[in-house]
Unconditional design. Structure first.
Length: 276
């Protein structure tokens, strides 16, 4: 009598949405098991808020109804969402190095789901920081003084900017060969970019050449847009550069432009890296 044979289970290819959500869930479970990964969007932003609000705030003059503390919060949020690229780059490089991406690509799932799932989990990761900073801001005197629609639009711009930053992270994470290399590249680029702007100090007292660079920095447009939408500062003076006089429009244009340029480069680098 022959031994009974076990029927092989049917393998059904998963769609992009289902596979992406599964990979996103996998990344979130990884964060839950290593809660220290949340320090960059919980402890670090609160430290920046308290440090600049109470240590440097007394020596910085900002045109805001509630003073420097209210003027500061959008700047901290702009810096935090810019670091979304850092989170994506480190996580993607680690998955490639450990062979996780290769195992995912061997499954009957769309290849794009690896990047979509990583992007969704990174956006949720960064959104936690925005929520934490909003709550912290309420305790130190920050308020949204605009309309509900303006408030929603301000948060929407932050998330839109985070989408562009994710593509930069995918590009860097695919191009670099180690997590250490990603840390070095992202630290030496993102920190100067986020500080050479109107994030923590007004641009008016800067030397003319430095002020021009700071006001054309995409981060400055994002931060100025949030401040105006939330009623934390009046519109930029006539002496300011054009991006600060039209910050909402420029933030959208910067986001579309960065995504259009970086996304194809990121996809090509990811494909080349994972097929070597």
């Amino acid at each position: 009598m022959s031994a009974p044979t076990l029927a092989r289970p049917e393998i059904r290819p998963a769609g992009l949405a289902r596979a992406s959500l599964t990979i996103m869930r996998r990344n979130l479970i990884h964060i839950r098991r290593m809660p220290e990964m949340l320090m960059d969007v919980t402890i670090q932003p609160v430290m920046f808020v308290l440090l600049f609000a109470y240590v440097f705030g007394a020596s910085i003059d900002a045109a805001s109804p509630a003073g420097y503390r209210e003027w500061l919060l959008p700047g901290i949020m702009g810096q935090t969402i810019a670091f979304a690229s850092f989170i994506v780059a480190v996580g993607l490089t680690a998955d490639i190095d450990k062979g996780v991406v290769d195992r995912m690509r061997s499954l009957p799932i769309p290849p794009a789901s690896v990047l979509v799932g990583r992007s969704l989990s990174s956006m949720l990761h960064s959104s936690i920081g925005i929520v934490v900073m909003s709550i912290t801001g309420l305790f130190i005197g920050w308020r949204i003084r605009g309309s509900v629609l303006d408030a929603v639009l301000g948060y929407a711009l932050v998330l839109l900017w985070g989408f562009a930053m994710i593509w930069i992270g995918i590009w860097v994470g695919s191009a670099m060969r180690s997590v250490e290399a990603v840390n070095g590249v992202m630290f030496t680029t993102m920190f100067p970019i986020t500080f050479l702007a109107n994030t923590f100090a007004p641009t008016e007292p800067m030397p003319s050449w430095l002020r021009t660079i700071a006001e054309w920095n995409p981060i400055s447009s994002l931060v100025q847009a949030m401040r105006e939408l939330w009623g934390n500062t009046p519109p930029a003076p006539d002496s300011a550069a054009w991006p600060l006089q039209h910050p909402v429009l420029m933030t959208v244009l910067w986001t579309v432009g960065i995504t259009a340029v970086v996304a194809p480069l990121a996809l090509r680098s990811f494909k080349r890296r994972t097929q070597d």
